[in-house]
Design a protein around this ligand. Structure first.
Ligand code: GLN
Length: 544
């Protein structure tokens, strides 16, 4: 079967949940037995989101091949089985970068290089390149229709219907239908205007997905269809829901997947949504609850910890319990000794992070977890600081620290490894203080060997695992002996035993730090083993 394409655009305003809508449509198409891939087009000029501030942009999601991508790719992976790589996220910056490089190389033979056709052709190439041999590619166009930035993307998407044929392309537009209290009714005007804008660009949507807080009546749907020139049966309610994993089921009840396959003229098997029903059943009927303190810096912006939040929720699903996440600002701990949030928690988690701010507060939280037998989970920076805390307060290595925060520490237990093998490219990389901010991060999937009898092995139940990384600093092998002698356990290492990937404290209910980011690989239907075990241990600690 030839690959078909769905394009999802957004209107009226941002944050309507286009990424979730795209992911849910992906889940529905897979439930019908189709193979899919997903693509996010981002209108900003950054070549990739790797250097963007998490306060502004939210989390940077990392794929197996080490691409630093938009957080929507995290949703795609949590809702579908699509294998994502650097091909599945593209920005305006990358498109221009490619075109300008081609121009410099002389590929355009002296011709004038223009937005149409050169930029739009490059966009089309990027979209078609994702297809491989799958049945369907779902592309989410970032931004809101009407933005200057997204115009070239929309123009390319418009052209593709002509290039590929009517039955191979489906345009879905997500809009807002607000309920206005004083009028006592929902309003369709913003949707009408947004579709008008889309049609001016030359795109007639096939399907409208209307985000609302209530189900739309057939009359309202009929009115929207009439004014927006879509079929009466092609207007769907995207109703607000309690949990994001309900979205595929709500879309299905509305008949969205049926309409999509009709428009694309695809024959599929009947949808099997039992996996989603089971996830929803578990999340709506928890058998208890557990309170987790997440000690971090970006606590006011939940998007910065998107995958982490989801992985914690999945850990709850695995234990059929509700996970209440309490964010604790580590700078608050430093300033006012604000340990209340820590003391009340059943489990303490320190996520990844960059920069000096709040580091000592995190170390205080780790010490508390270690000394009071509270389950502790340190991820990336959280693991590095757990090593520093152990070195200082158990092994007596005064002022031990990560060289990232104290370049003059007498005991750089975490440091920049001068030479390391990049598993993605197999190249030997060199790193020093100078290159620290450049492209020298350890990125993407690396294999790790586990030690039998450890917390990690008990969780994964296998010897070799693969996890994703995004960091520069590493455990300093010089300190292996002294720390092991004082009771620290190294339970995960790279196959050549050069890189320490997991540390544990054996005589503790559950204390584990990992250099990688397990949250990227957790799925609602397959919760990550470390999150499952962390939540289990926290729940047991609570009962004691
Ligand atoms: N800042 C640390 C490093 O670069 C940790 C990074 C992270 O937590 N992702 O090694």
């Amino acid at each position: 079967m030839r690959t078909k394409f769905i394009f999802i655009t957004g209107g009226v305003l941002s944050s309507l949940g286009k990424g979730l809508a795209a992911s849910s449509i992906g889940a529905l198409m897979e439930s019908r037995g189709l193979t899919i891939s997903m693509l996010k087009l981002d209108p900003y000029i950054n070549v990739d989101p790797g250097t963007m501030n998490p306060f502004q942009h939210g989390e940077v999601f990392v794929t197996d091949d080490g691409a630093e991508t938009d957080l929507d790719l995290g949703h795609y992976e949590r809702f579908t089985h699509a294998k994502l790589s650097r091909k599945n996220n593209c920005t305006t910056g990358r498109i221009y970068d490619t075109v300008i490089n081609k121009e410099r190389r002389g590929d355009y033979l002296g011709g004038t290089v223009q937005v149409i056709p050169h930029i739009t052709d490059e966009i089309k190439r990027t979209i078609l390149d994702v297809a491989d041999s799958c049945d369907l590619v779902i592309t989410e166009v970032g931004g809101t229709v009407g933005d200057i930035e997204s115009l070239p993307f929309l123009e390319a998407v418009r052209q593709l219907k002509g290039d590929l044929g009517r039955e191979n392309v489906c345009y879905i537009h997500l809009t807002l239908v607000p309920y206005i209290k004083t009028a006592g009714e929902v309003k369709t005007k913003p949707t009408q205007h947004s579709v008008k804008e889309l049609r001016e660009i030359g795109i007639q949507p096939d399907i409208l997905l209307c985000r609302t807080d209530r189900f739309l009546s057939p009359e309202i749907k009929g009115k929207i269809a009439l004014f927006c020139n879509v079929e009466p049966g092609a207007v769907f309610t995207a109703k607000d829901v309690e949990t994001i994993y309900e979205v595929p089921l709500v879309f299905h009840q509305e008949g969205l997947d049926e309409k999509i396959v009709e428009i694309l003229n695809m024959w599929t098997k009947a949808p099997d949504l039992s996996v989603w029903e089971e996830i929803l059943r578990k999340s709506k009927n928890p058998q208890g609850e557990v309170n987790i303190a997440v000690v971090g810096k970006y606590v006011h912006l939940r998007d910065s910890y998107k995958s982490l939040n989801e992985a914690l929720t999945h850990g709850g699903l695995a234990n059929e319990c509700q996970v209440n996440v309490h964010y604790v600002d580590s700078e608050e701990i430093e300033r006012n000794g604000g340990m209340d949030g820590i003391i009340q928690a059943d489990g303490i988690l320190i996520p990844g992070g960059f920069g000096q701010r709040g580091v000592e507060g995190k170390i205080q939280a780790i010490r508390y977890a270690r000394e009071h037998g509270i389950p502790f989970f340190g991820i990336c920076l959280g693991m590095q600081l757990a090593v520093a805390e152990y070195a200082r307060n158990v092994a007596g290595l005064e002022q031990a620290h990560s060289a990232e925060f104290d370049p003059d520490t007498p005991h750089p237990v975490i440091y920049l490894m001068k030479e390391w093998v990049n598993y993605q490219t197999q190249a030997i990389e060199h790193r020093d203080e100078e290159s620290a901010k450049g492209g020298t991060m350890r990125l993407g999937a690396y294999p790790c060997h586990l030690e039998r009898g450890s917390f990690a092995f008990a969780a994964y139940k296998q010897k070799v695992i693969s996890e994703r990384h995004r960091h520069r600093y590493e455990f300093n092998n010089h300190y292996r002996e002294p720390l092991l002698a004082k009771g620290l356990r190294i339970s995960g290492v790279s196959p050549d035993n050069e890189l320490v990937e997991i540390i544990e404290i054996p005589d503790h209910p559950w204390f584990l730090g990992c250099q990688f980011h397990p949250e990227f690989q957790s799925r609602p239907w397959d919760p990550h083993p470390l999150f499952r075990e962390f939540i289990r241990a926290s729940r047991e600690a609570k009962r004691r």
